[in-house]
Write a protein that binds this ligand. Structure first.
Ligand SMILES: [Mn+2]
Length: 433
């Protein structure tokens, strides 16, 4: 017998992937953990009989010869599968999009890739086999895909996730049903948590990224806190938000990130939890820690994370072209044309005293002005950055000051210059390998 299962507190990606496995593997039965997310529970209460699903206590473990695990790679996250753990004759197939691997399941076969949702990996196989799906199956898979990719908007979303969504819509996925389960109305106690968070958010800047922290005491159980955290992150407009929920005996930390560079899953893995770059969580027993200690640990972890794929030295242009303040404007024009550059630094005694850009040449109205010195046309306000400035910070400085050139200074020496073009090149991954 083949069974397929996923993590406890099952989300829609986990459920959809289990259902997909029951279609991909012959005679495969899906096992859904007893504890599921609230919205998954609501979905199952009305749709359960439509799928080949059973509960963990209904599994005849000794008859299982193959286990298909989806959306997790960790034994403790499975529900009542301990009996299978030490079986040497058991084949295990693993489908997961959480990378790097952090769990202890050792599969005999695996398909793991960094991608928006696990369901996308199973859809790849269905497309390969030219399978057709029922509208109902397409709908649950679309819900899983949309939930894990934030409707295809999270930075982890790939082109293949979007193509998978197209495949599901072609197969009749119903967006009305999907929207009903993806956007459940906020409940009263979820709103209370939101208002509590709005009172005060501590903000820190780590390597140019704003990181928010909240500590919220929970009086009673609140469903789908992750959705509230996700919404609040957008409201406070931080790159990443960590909310420490305190209950009688434990701290539950939920992290959400809206930028590729801050990997909350990696940060929370260091606190014993896990997740992926956009979403993560961790649970710590109360006697072992304090909110202050947790914050300190998260900040320390963020500081060790390389939050940028490149440093300023990788993207800046050098050597820097410069002229003396007495150089004439036609000399400046000739250098720009010859070197195909749009800006030149004006330097005196190895110090930057101004910058002249292509745009400034348009201010020349009379022919004899081409013989005037550059110091008459240059702008004297030059904002410099250092080699410690990250590309993201450089971009922010350009936007805030509306400048297109930032000389890079190291130990009072100009070592390079970053232009708008360099920044765009960086953001759109056009960096040469
Ligand atoms: Mn997932």
């Amino acid at each position: 017998m083949i069974i397929a299962t996923t993590h406890k507190n099952t989300d829609f990606d986990g459920l959809a992937s289990v259902i997909a496995a029951t279609l991909l593997y012959p005679d495969c039965i899906g096992v859904v953990p007893k504890m599921t997310n609230k919205n998954v529970e609501q979905f199952l209460s009305t749709h359960k009989t439509a799928f080949n699903l059973i509960l963990p206590n209904e599994v005849a473990h000794d008859q299982v010869d193959k286990l298909v695990v989806v959306d997790t790679d960790h034994w403790p996250r499975l529900d009542r599968m301990e009996k299978l753990r030490n079986r040497t004759d058991l084949a295990i197939d693993l489908w997961d999009h959480h990378l790097p691997a952090s769990g202890n399941i050792e599969p005999t076969w695996q398909c793991r890739e960094r991608i928006g949702a696990t369901i996308t990996l199973l859809i790849r196989e269905m497309k390969k086999r030219k399978m057709q799906l029922s509208p109902l199956n397409s709908t649950i898979m679309l819900i899983g895909l949309y939930e894990d990719t934030g409707h295809l908007s999270f930075p982890t979303t790939s082109a293949e996730d979007a193509a998978a969504a197209a495949f599901l819509l072609e197969n009749g996925a119903d967006l009305n049903v999907a929207n009903f389960f993806l956007n459940p109305p906020y409940e009263e106690n979820q709103k209370e948590v939101l208002f509590e968070m709005m009172k005060e958010t501590e903000k820190h800047t780590v390597k140019g990224h704003l990181i928010g922290f909240n500590v919220v005491h929970l009086e009673k159980k609140v469903f789908n806190l992750a959705a509230v955290v996700n919404m609040y992150r957008k409201i406070v407009n931080v790159s990443a938000l960590f909310v420490i929920f305190t209950t009688e005996d434990r701290y539950t930390i939920i992290g959400r990130s809206g930028v590729d560079a801050v990997d909350v899953g990696e940060v929370l893995a260091a606190l014993g939890g896990g997740g992926h770059s956009g979403a993560g969580s961790a649970t710590i027993r109360r006697e072992q820690s304090s909110p202050e200690l947790i914050k300190t640990k998260i900040l320390a972890q963020l500081n060790t994370q390389s939050l940028e794929r490149a440093s300023i030295s990788d993207i800046m242009s050098f050597p820097v072209v410069f002229v003396s303040p007495d150089a004439t404007m036609h000399e400046v024009r000739d250098i720009m044309a010859r070197k195909n550059i749009r800006g030149i630094l004006v330097m005196e005694d190895e110090k930057i005293i101004g910058v002249i850009v292509l745009w400034d040449l348009k201010r020349i109205k009379k022919k004899n002005q081409w013989n005037s010195p550059v110091k008459a046309f240059m702008s004297r306000e030059v904002i410099t950055i250092t080699t410690a400035t990250t590309p993201t910070m450089a971009a922010r400085i350009m936007i805030e000051n509306d400048v297109g050139y930032l000389p890079v200074v190291d130990h009072e020496q100009v070592v390079g210059i970053v232009t708008r073009t360099d920044i765009l090149t960086y953001y759109y991954d056009l960096l040469p390998d």
